[in-house]
Design a binder for this molecule. Structure first.
Ligand code: PLP
Length: 434
């Protein structure tokens, strides 16, 4: 059955849209933090459809909110009419964004959210010069690919923006990694000053950055980096966009937004993925004077439609009512501590890193920082064989990524941890034997 579907998939869908696993999976149902495939095999899900099924599967409060909206007969009205659910969700997001006098524009995807943020910033500053960070991912349109610093995700060099690149400040690779950790922040600031002086005409519109790089393998620079950069940006009036598509809504445990780890408030913040728990919902929040700089109608047919925002309101209410940020901190610590203790010391593991329920394991050839994507792929398959879905990522495809629903329980964390540890150890032993 799945073989046939795979053949049909390959015959009709483009090959640049990759499938996970040597034998791809068709998921047919879900409940809580578990999904079941077409063969009836159930998996514990530590990837949540790429950090998107943030509350989990078949959650009554969300299902019922969506069903109530469907029962009105209205899935879509267009933003030409008032949408109560949209206004309510915008009010809540504005309130929680930390951005004063905020305006919210809803889109269907993170890509479009970043496009909208770049549109506002470039118009406000009357400049199309942008600063972006190496190893970033911001989306799949020309502008968002243009600020994506990852060759594997850059399908075109066409770019409406003029982009200058900053070092990410990551610990394992790149020029800054060779420095003493205490010197990395200053070096990153020096890099920014040098880039501004040598690669721009000065009047840059904005810096766009992920507080933790998602597709890039859950890599991040030192805490406080965004604030340190911000001081320099402020000298020039350059805006800061925080791409919170993966880091938002409390996933990082210690903070509701990734930017808060840096002690800075961005001018614009973009969100997507988790807020719809699978419904297409994303957007940008920004200070009114910046958001109002857009000089013409900018209209999204589906953005923030009644069904998506009904789901979004239910998701945000559930998240806040159940304090899932605290759960992410508590359950994430069980996973992180368990992984560090069990596999952190292996020669093939360069780093167990991340925050809250956003955790990565980076695999390298022993004694080096040379990426080992083949070992990563074996561990990835072994997790699946053990009944656990995880993600893969990183510039070199050598990072396992865990981003489970924020409702993950302590027991489920321990269950997944045991599968992960077995998978890593058995593959690492195989490596030594080979
Ligand atoms: C940080 C970040 N920004 C933007 C995007 C693009 O979002 P979408 O795929 O919803 O367009 C992604 C998607 O993975 C992302 O991780």
């Amino acid at each position: 059955m799945t073989d046939d579907l795979l053949a049909r998939h390959r015959a009709v869908l483009p090959s640049w849209m990759p499938l996970y696993y040597a034998e791809p999976i068709e998921l047919v149902s879900g409940s809580g933090r578990r999904v079941t495939d077409a063969q009836g095999r159930t998996y514990l899900d530590f990837f949540g459809g790429v950090l998107t099924n943030m509350i989990g599967y078949d959650i009554p409060e969300i299902r019922e909110a969506v069903q109530r909206q469907l029962a009105t007969g209205l899935v879509h009205t267009s933003t030409l009419y008032l949408i109560r659910q949209q206004v309510e969700l915008a009010e809540k997001i504005a309130r929680h964004s930390g951005i004063p006098d905020a305006r919210v524009f809803f889109t269907n995807s993170g890509t479009e959210a970043n496009e909208a943020a770049l549109l506002a910033a470039t118009n406000h500053r009357r400049s199309h010069q942008i600063l972006a960070v190496r190893n970033s991912y911001h989306g799949r349109t020309y502008a968002t690919m243009g600020v994506t610093g990852n060759r594997g995700w850059s399908a075109s060099a066409l770019n409406p923006l003029q982009v200058a690149w900053l070092h990410s400040g990551e610990r394992l690779r790149g020029l800054l990694s060779r420095l003493d950790p205490a010197d990395r922040l200053d070096a990153a600031v020096e890099d920014l000053r040098e880039v501004l002086a040598t690669q721009t005409a000065g009047d840059v519109a904005c810096l766009i950055a992920e507080p933790i790089q998602g597709v890039g393998g859950f890599v991040h620079g030192p805490d406080g980096l965004l604030a340190a950069w911000r001081k320099v940006l402020d000298e020039h009036g350059i805006l800061l966009i925080s791409d919170e598509v993966q880091t938002g809504w409390g996933r990082t445990g210690a903070h509701f937004w990734g930017y808060q780890a840096h002690g800075v408030t961005p001018d614009l913040l973009t969100f997507a993925k988790g807020i719809g728990n699978g419904f297409a919902l994303a957007g940008v929040v920004g200070r009114a004077e910046i958001m109002e700089s857009v000089p013409a109608i900018s209209f999204s047919t589906f953005g923030g439609n009644p069904l998506a925002t009904a789901a979004g309101n239910a998701v945000l209410d559930y998240l806040l009512d159940h304090d899932l940020q605290a759960n992410a901190a508590r359950v994430g610590a069980i996973l992180a501590d368990g992984l560090r203790a069990a596999v952190g010391g292996l020669d093939c593991v360069a780093e167990v890193r991340g925050r809250g329920l956003m955790l990565g394991i980076e695999f390298v050839h022993p004694g080096t920082v040379e990426p080992d994507p083949a070992l990563t792929a074996r561990v990835f398959e072994a997790c699946r064989a053990g009944g656990l879905l995880v993600g893969k990522g990183g510039l070199y495809g050598n990072v396992l990524r865990m981003g489970p629903p924020l409702t993950l329980t302590e027991d489920e964390a321990r269950e997944g941890l045991a599968i992960l540890v077995d998978a890593v150890r058995s593959c690492a032993d195989g490596e030594v034997a080979a």
